[in-house]
Design a protein around this ligand. Structure first.
Ligand code: CP
Ligand code: NVA
Length: 313
């Protein structure tokens, strides 16, 4: 594995499968791998799940955690990003960073001698996508086929904004060989760069990543339906305008009726009930959103378990 997890592109399919395996092996176990070590959380945006799960994961590995809130260090303002990375490398053993610009995490990774993990940027949310695919595996992979799970039989239909979460899901689907269809309004699709990366990888793995404007076509026969907020953190001023444009892509009981009867419904959370997803679906029998939230803990513990020893951290 590389020193850092900045993008899903830092992992290959084998490494993703290995993380799934490790997460199951160390789930719920108190270990001492990180004893005497410190993880620092450098966050430019708010968080519930990511902050708590990274902290609990590191506690379960035996380590300590420091949280630096958006106003604490003035990343790139009070001090340059490379200088912050070089200083932190002298005191702590790993960095988990949540930023606006993706470049900020890239710069942290390039200038830190310790592992840097992307805890969400404007371009990607790799830990989320890994937790989401792990959750699909938990629900659809029987214990005998878990390790050799055939992702080619899974159709993931994503509705709404072609955002950071969508980008990381696309790259993960491409690496695992799954089918993913993205349905959203014109002008709000995933970035071309991510479409190209995912399609290039798909040629090797047999995955299929396609875009449509037709929500019914996307939902048809889907094994998993996924959605995320229509306006991400930092886009709050666009929320009003987006509401009407995105309305046809709402995940509601009608949309579910086009999918497989036992379709799994995923959402990274936080959800805006009544916007991208209705409450009856979010709280309904198909929803596995809390399993995803729980799996953030297990997959990030596996990521830290795998990356920490790489730098003697
Ligand atoms: N899904 C997720 O990353 O949640 P938070 O923003 O609460 O961390
Ligand atoms: N796309 C959302 C994900 C939040 C976990 C955002 O960036 O705000």
């Amino acid at each position: 594995m590389k020193k850092d997890l900045v993008s899903i592109a830092d992992l290959n399919g084998e490494e993703i499968r290995e993380l799934f395996k490790i997460s199951a092996e160390i789930k719920g176990k108190q270990l001492d791998l990180a004893q005497g070590k410190t993880l620092v959380l450098v966050f430019e945006k708010p968080s519930l799940r990511t902050r708590v799960t990274f902290s609990v994961a590191f506690f379960q590995l035996g380590g300590n955690v420091i949280y630096l809130a958006p106003a604490d260090i003035g990343l790139g303002k009070r001090e340059s990003v490379p200088d912050v990375a070089r200083n932190l490398s002298r005191w702590v053993d790993a960095i988990s960073a949540r930023t606006f610009a993706h470049k900020t995490i890239q710069e942290l990774a390039e200038n830190a001698s310790i592992p840097v993990i992307n805890a969400l940027s404007d371009a990607e949310h790799p830990c989320q996508a890994l937790a989401d695919f792990l959750t699909i595996l938990d629900h659809l992979g029987s214990s005998s086929e878990r390790e050799a799970f055939d992702w080619g039989k899974i159709k993931l239909a994503y509705f709404g904004d072609g955002n950071n979460v969508c980008h990381s899901l696309m790259l993960t689907a491409a690496r695992l060989g799954a089918r993913m269809v993205i349905a959203g309004p014109q002008g709000y699709g995933p970035k071309q760069e991510f479409i190209e990366m995912a399609q290039e990888e798909s040629k090797k793995t047999g995955a299929s990543i396609t875009i449509t404007r037709d929500p019914k076509e996307a939902a048809a026969d889907a094994d998993v339906i996924y959605t995320d907020v229509w306006a991400s953190m930092g886009q709050e001023q666009e929320a009003e305008k987006r509401r009407s444009l995105f309305a046809p892509f709402q995940v509601n009981p009608e949309l579910l009726s086009y999918a497989k009867p036992n379709v799994l419904v995923e959402h990274c959370l936080p959800a805006h009930r009544g916007e991208e997803i209705t409450s009856d679906v979010l709280d309904g029998p198909n929803s596995i959103v809390l399993d995803e939230a729980e799996n953030r803990l297990h997959i990030q513990k596996a990521i830290l378990y795998r990356l920490l020893p790489l730098t003697g951290g």
